[in-house]
Design a binder for this molecule. Structure first.
Ligand code: NAP
Length: 272
């Protein structure tokens, strides 16, 4: 079925208050934005799979209290062996039958550190950053797309990027470069997927500044480590940080209604 018809169908379903049955993979579900994203997609029809190193007892409780389907894979996305496990779980457990109308991957897991001038950076930290933010996200896209190749359904990949991938920040070179790479990879994969009849819609979306432990880390730095720290102290003091819940709601609104958008790389708050 042409994608335009699917989008029309989707919009008419939503306008009638009906919902698609979705399988959603959210990385970094143990806290912050990922936790809020996992929670907001939970309902009686959906299946949410969280991936992070640590378990999230609150999400497990929330799901079991409400009878929602939520499971976790506790894996380190900096480790290549994790992708063998994920691929096996996708192919042999989660994506065996084509049970859902839509399959969504939200690559949200990310690390900001090392926050340091490159000349003072520990190279192990630099490599870890790139492994999680770039290789981790791409490894998951690889597992997701290849495992679903034969499913004639809507597939969506949302990479959580950052304004830092589009503007240089002193002291954040690893993070800025990793998010910039994520943006460009997303553009390339979007071209590849467009050729396929049921290729995935790929997006790389910057969410704005959110009150999570990542912001606590930023504010704990010295001005030498991060010369732009005052900007982030001011944002906190002036109450300008968004809550993870509010940002998750925006992401869901985008995924619900704007999947036909032709942009791959954009800011969440510019679009809706
Ligand atoms: P956060 O509170 O620090 O949470 C990061 C998440 O990533 C955690 O659940 C963490 O889980 C997971 N993670 C980190 N390393 C991992 C690894 N090696 N393997 C698996 N999971 C890993 O950060 P956040 O603020 O929610 O950030 C979420 C996303 O938004 C990130 O991609 C970030 O770059 C982006 N973002 C945030 C802001 C902001 O202001 N907060 C602004 C722009 C963009 P475990 O520790 O349990 O593994």
């Amino acid at each position: 079925m042409p994608i335009e018809y699917i989008n029309l169908f989707r919009e008419s379903l939503f306008s009638k208050g009906c919902y698609l049955k979705r399988f959603i993979v959210v990385t970094g579900a143990s806290r912050g934005l990922g936790e809020a994203l996992a929670k907001i997609f939970m309902n009686a029809d959906n299946f949410v799979l969280g991936i992070s190193r640590n378990s999230n007892a609150e999400l497990i409780d929330f799901a079991s209290t409400n009878g929602f389907k939520y499971e976790e894979l506790c894996l380190d996305l900096s480790q290549h062996a994790s992708f063998d496990s994920i691929s096996t779980e996708f192919k042999n457990k989660y994506f065996v039958n084509n049970d859902y109308d839509e399959y969504i991957l939200i690559n949200n897991a990310g690390v900001l550190e090392p926050i340091a001038l490159l000349s003072k950076m520990d190279l192990k930290d630099l490599i870890f950053n790139l492994e999680v933010n770039v290789v981790g996200a791409l490894g998951l896209i690889n597992c997701f797309i290849s495992s679903l190749e034969n499913f004639e359904v809507q597939k969506v990949v949302v990479n959580v990027s950052s304004g830092a991938g589009r503007n240089p920040y002193e002291g954040w070179s690893a993070y800025c470069a990793s998010k910039s790479a994520l943006d460009m990879f997303s553009k390339c994969i979007a071209l590849e997927e467009k050729r396929k009849p049921f290729g995935a819609n790929i997006y790389s979306i910057s969410p704005g500044v959110i009150e999570t432990t990542m912001q606590d880390t930023i504010r704990s730095k010295t001005i030498d480590e991060f010369p732009m720290i005052n900007k982030f102290l001011d944002l906190k003091e002036n109450n300008l940080l968004k809550s993870p819940q509010e940002v998750a709601e925006k992401f869901k609104a985008f995924i619900d209604l704007k999947v036909k958008s032709h942009e791959v790389v954009f800011n969440l708050y510019d679009l809706i």
